[in-house]
Design a protein around this ligand. Structure first.
Ligand SMILES: [Zn+2]
Length: 177
């Protein structure tokens, strides 16, 4: 086998295993959010990022601008009603998700694992999780809103699958169209 053949083989292997792209085209990074809190004072809700276990990749990736807008709108609205200082995002385009069609891969969904440093699973259907999910429901373009407080897919449809309900007890999944 000559050097040319070896080169061809290398190229073939590269096409077999395309490198996963985490930043969506024309996307934007999520950032901390400036809000007016429930005492009427300007404050910052810090946004933190985690790595997913499945691919050891950070959640700080470029997402669709419409997701950022809906997320920030929900954070601002929730901060008016409840103490909200910090949101930890475990996944945007990173991680492996149940369905190939998951909005995560298109940069249209994010998962929140902790709020105010507390795991979502320990907060459950209480504030601040409740206020975030309620606020996201009235944002433009919101599609999926699944977590301990609400289980909505495609806007207003209730999720019926017990597995999907159980899968969203430890995080809030927010997705846009
Ligand atoms: Zn998700």
């Amino acid at each position: 086998m000559g050097p040319e053949d070896e080169k061809k083989q290398e190229t073939k292997q590269e096409t077999k295993k395309p490198e996963r792209v985490y930043d969506v085209k024309d996307g934007v990074n999520l950032t901390s959010v400036s809000v007016v809190n429930k005492d009427g004072k300007t404050a910052i809700v810090t946004v933190k990022f985690e790595n997913t276990d499945s691919d050891k990749h950070t959640s700080d990736n470029k997402v669709q601008p419409s997701l950022k807008t809906a997320f920030e709108g929900a954070v601002k609205d929730a901060a008016k009603k409840t103490d909200l200082t910090e949101i930890t995002i475990s996944s945007t385009t990173n991680g492996n998700h149940g369905s190939e069609k998951s909005l995560h891969y298109e940069g249209k969904a994010l998962d929140i694992s902790k709020v105010n440093s507390k795991p979502v699973v320990s907060i459950g259907d209480a504030d601040p999780v409740k206020s975030i999910q309620t606020a996201f429901q009235s944002q433009t373009g919101r599609r999926e809103n699944m977590g301990p407080s609400l289980m909505r897919c495609a806007g207003t449809a209730d999720v019926k699958s017990q597995k999907t309900i159980d899968d969203h007890k430890n995080h809030v999944h927010l997705g846009v169209e």
